[in-house]
Design a protein around this ligand. Structure first.
Ligand code: 3PG
Length: 222
């Protein structure tokens, strides 16, 4: 008798992608020519899952270049605020999409799309709205500014099925504390590649910071 395993749901797929990443750098790329060296520096430092935000004119070309030239990078598209952004992310071949928020129009488009998608939430009502469209893996944004770990714990009570990728105000000093929360699957943030390091092409500095961060997180008590 053959044993058939249950199909993996979109949430499960996203949770496993985020759990294995642990840390997701949020990249706002101003010059498309920085994209490949930046992504290569992160990958070399052991940070492979990247969120490229649609916040700059260079973002789409940057994402295209990374997807084409840095095969070990797992590329997500962030700052998706409209259904058109979502289509753009799909057309680019992104592995996942991230939004800072969760409007009904965006949730509806994302529910109809096959792209793995994290809506952004900061309140119970936003979380309920995202769940109503079938989304249980959420970006908690802006995490520190919205009440930090205490707020996330409070949300965990009524919403035990929700899993979070907190972003906003997270850095080397607090990433491990966030990751120790049972409903946190990964953390995101811009701290691994500050704008000045990108501006001055400090690629080795970025790689070293990633190596250091991943070492520290691996050592954290569970
Ligand atoms: C995001 O879009 O997730 C945030 O801008 C990242 O926040 P941070 O710069 O505080 O890490």
């Amino acid at each position: 008798m053959s044993v058939q395993s249950a199909p993996v749901t979109r949430d499960e797929e996203l949770i496993s992608l985020l759990r294995s990443a642990q840390v997701i750098p949020v990249l706002t790329i101003e010059r498309a020519e920085d994209a490949v060296p930046l992504a290569s520096a992160l990958v070399l430092g052991g940070v492979k899952t990247l969120e490229i935000t649609l916040r700059t004119d260079a973002a789409v070309d940057a994402a295209k270049a990374i997807i084409a030239e840095v095969p070990d990078a797992i590329v997500g598209i962030g700052t998706i605020t409209t259904a058109d952004d979502l289509k753009r992310a799909e057309a680019l071949g992104a592995r996942f999409g991230v939004s800072p928020g969760a409007t009904p129009a965006l949730l509806d488009a994302a529910a109809k799309s096959s792209l793995a998608f994290l809506p952004g939430i900061a309140t119970a009502s936003e979380l309920m709205q995202a769940q109503a469209y079938g989304f249980n893996v959420l970006k908690f944004f802006p995490a520190e500014q919205s009440g930090g770990i205490d707020m996330l714990r409070a949300l965990g009570g009524p919403f035990p099925r929700a899993r979070f990728c907190p972003t906003g105000g997270i850095g080397g000093a607090n990433a491990a504390a966030w990751l120790a929360e049972p409903n946190v699957v990964a953390v995101g943030g811009s701290w691994l590649c500050p704008a000045t390091d990108v501006k001055y092409a400090n690629w080795e500095v970025i790689t070293a910071r990633c190596i250091d961060t991943m070492k520290t997180l691996r050592r954290r008590p569970r």
